[in-house]
Unconditional design. Sequence first.
Length: 79
Amino acid sequence: MRSEEAQIGKRVRVRKDHRTANLQGQEGVIVKTWGDPGYTALDVLLDKGDWQLFWYYELEEVGADDKGARRQNGATTRP
């Protein structure tokens, strides 16, 4: 995720290369941004109920990668 893409309410996932193993892959919502728009820190409310502060580069937007993965494995959204 780029710093300027970080917006309150955006759904995000902690990158799999994050230094804290128990946070890797967790998802949540950005609830507050801190600092300079070019180098943003983000408060994220994780789905498990915890709040965590991240740098923008430690997160990825949920949905952007998921759509590509679904197309590659042939899954569809039809009932």
